[in-house]
Design a protein around this ligand. Sequence first.
Ligand SMILES: Nc1ncnc2c1ncn2[C@@H]1O[C@H](COP(=O)(O)OP(=O)(O)OP(=O)(O)O)[C@@H](O)[C@H]1O
Length: 849
Amino acid sequence: MPSIRAPATKKTTTLTVAVKCRPLTERERGRDIVRVNDDKEVLVLDPDLSKDYLDRIQNRTKERRYSFDYAFGPDSANSDVYKRSISSTISGVIQGLNATVFAYGSTGSGKTYTMVGTQDDPGLMVLSLHTIFDLIKKDASSDDFEVTCSYLEVYNEVIYDLLEKSSGHLELREDPEKGIVVAGLRCSKVNSADKILELLNLGNSRRKTESTGANETSSRSRGMTYVYHYQAKPFTLAEAFSSMGLPTRSHAVLEITVTRKQRNKYRNQVIRGKLALVDLAGSERASETNSGGQKLRDGANINRSLLALANCINALGKQQKKGLAYVPYRNSKLTRILKDGLSGNSQTIMIATISPADSQYHHTVNTLKYADRAKEIKTHIQKNINTVDTHVSDYQRMIDSLQIEVCRLKKELAEKESQLSTKPTEKAVNDELPWLNELSQETSENVQERINLQKALFELEETNLRNRTELQHLDDAVAKQQAIENEGAVVQALRARRQVILDNIRDNDETGINYQKEIEANEMRRCQLQEMIEEAVNNNGNKTYLHILGQYRLLGMANTELQFEMAIRDQVIHSQREAQRNLWNVLMGLGLDEKRILGIAAKQGITIEDWTITPHLGLSDGKQIQNTGYGSSIRLSYCPCGGQSLAKSSCIFQQNQDFRTRSPFKGNWELRHAFCREEHHSSYYYMSHDPYSPTYSSQRGSSEHCLGDGSSSQFDTPDRHRQDLQKSGHHMRTQPAPYKEASISTPTCSADFGHQQKDAWTNIARQQPYEGSHLQRSGSSDFGKGMTICHGRSMPGLFGYSPISSDHIYPSLVPLKHSNMSQLLSPYAAKMRVPPGSLSPDSQPSRFV
Ligand SMILES: Nc1ncnc2c1ncn2[C@@H]1O[C@H](COP(=O)(O)OP(=O)(O)OP(=O)(O)O)[C@@H](O)[C@H]1O
């Protein structure tokens, strides 16, 4: 019988934030600069002792003061932290509530000490597990309990199962019923806290480790004293790690699920509570680690996940204040795994760990800053009750609560709209500076919101694509099963799942339409802001202009940071794909045939979309279609200068490109070779401040008359957008595209700049540290001969991103029209699993502007 989740009352709650300051270690000779007052307030003194009274009253001191739900000083034991801030939440787990506990802090600040503890001072993980089993023991006479446990790590953006001896890479999947799930993760049944601790130890011995110069104080690099407190076989963390003698470089998540079946009057109810205990790797600065190569990459990945976590915390904090719609969970595996803990159905506790040493001032303040923001985050907890029956009254209650939610949201929306309609220009001229600050803040938020909304749309598309694939599998399975048992239980279960997937597709489509509306609203706001800025520049001259210029620079820096993040991500993806290809080579070498491999993969829940084991062949002009004997492989190539070749990745067609851009400074054509980037989200958020970029040259060209030279940008602006800009007074020019038949070519707009702006941009462009990078170049390429078909997406055509776009401030993420490529590729659409019709020129989804 299909089960539904009965509507339980939802309670909105905020993240509980506790700060724990560890004692100074023997090695740290510095000054203790942290004070904890009234168990709630944390004061961080200025590490510079030479600051005097005058500095302090003139606010030149670096002293910082924060207050939290709980604050613990160096004398507090783990049991104090547990009793005051966590124990009540843990008890909720056996009542069907979800809880997440994570320690956040820089390396060596005491995360592991807090989560794991020592024999004398057991940590939060150990204390929580004992509480759970003590409570189960109490209720065991009336109810049946089942406890399962999983333990995973995220290392270099790859998920491993720590309970498996040699775990492969695990994938995250978004299930319409269960939310984010790690496919293939082992869930072991356990019947005591000791058993879990045993598994924990086992898993810890498998965690990835790496040495680093930064964590001299980290427990993991020295003789460790941590002991998991269980009787059967005492086991120290030192034992787990000393074999390697190195600190772990991964984030680990221990998840305990308690399923409770009541034996009394609620016999048909199953209550399920989940506890996630997270041990994050510590953040560190590359400059402090003295490391390079793999270590530097590890550090960058750890920092990236933590940055992604911090970004989510930021966005969630803002969401509470401003109602922004999108939180970038997708930016790392860690944040996807923690999604429920950060905003979903979970009572979440963040333990921010800090060191009192003056040398750690920056890390301490940074941790406290994020902890402070995390206080704003709201989650919505509700009991997880499954029933085997579906009652009409349950549905009625669901509808009622949804209607209340809709009313609340409508009211909020109306309030927000009325706030936004107040024009800042109405303010007095002598208020100019605060007004400008507000304007630039809004400008960058507008940009961020636009990026986020577009990302959200991509995510929905991706989820629905997977849904559609599953739907196809389900239909096949139903047909097969029907032949065996007609309308038996299995067929019914398959049908029930099919319905869930269909509902999810419908919901996602609706959400997509709403996102589209938000994008349109964002676009309107963008035009308003643009007009305000122009008005301000015209009316208030230099002062305003310089201020805006400063904001441009900030945006430019943010873009560069993002580019760097994307470069790392792409590197990881590239390595993974390379490894995957090698693995296939090995499998084929072993003599396994394609069918068998596909069968094995299907059993493991892995979908192989396509693969090619293609020797690197020389390239020639034009298109080639190869048949490798392992299934058809398509290589579309164009490389007049005999460039390099890349084997097609598992889900993308690549074409070597001949990137040409015209340098406005050198005045001649430059040939640049680069590859289309592999399919990845980041491919769509592509920013460039390359002074040679077409966008840039267009800007310069407006005064130097070098427009209309035949160069065409990979980025484009839709007609409506162009009209808006024309309305706002820009001079528009259209650049002809030289290679129309090969690919994507639509007119590009450009805006006129005055000399001042032009020089400012030159300066900004020169400041970009990655100016000459491959990414920048491909971002600024002539796309005339380039082509990337994103396999498996229902979005036809390409998407480009222009940082300064046609209006020199706002990025625009727009689909590029596709040309006759669709006809060329349509015979392969089935192989590519592109939804029917999506390669047709008419299938441009209307929601992409
Ligand atoms: N409350 C505490 N009491 C005594 N010593 C502590 C306490 N907290 C941390 N320490 C000590 O501080 C050092 C660093 O702690 P720990 O290894 O837990 O840091 P970490 O944040 O987990 O580091 P990493 O991120 O590298 O894993 C260890 O020597 C540990 O024994």
